[in-house]
Design a binder for this molecule. Structure first.
Ligand code: FES
Length: 71
């Protein structure tokens, strides 16, 4: 589905951006230019962003074990 007609941004592109680390509308606007023209897509883009973030798996902290250092 196209979310932003002005900039031809789909919900799939938003999902991809979230998977690459986007977590806010400001970042989404910067990376995909969503809502930078007429702005009518802002609400829909925000809903898609929230939906993606709620489904995203939180990043796991990196844990180093001493056995990983031996080689
Ligand atoms: S539809 Fe997104 S800026 Fe116009």
């Amino acid at each position: 589905m196209i979310v932003c007609i002005c900039n031809n941004v789909s919900d799939r592109a938003i999902r991809q951006a979230v998977s690459e680390g986007v977590t806010s509308m400001v970042a989404l606007r910067t990376s995909l230019q969503v809502g930078t023209c007429c702005g009518k897509c802002h609400g829909c883009a925000k809903r898609v962003l929230r939906e993606c973030l709620s489904q995203a798996v939180p990043a796991q902290p990196m844990v180093f074990h001493p056995s990983m250092m031996a080689a």
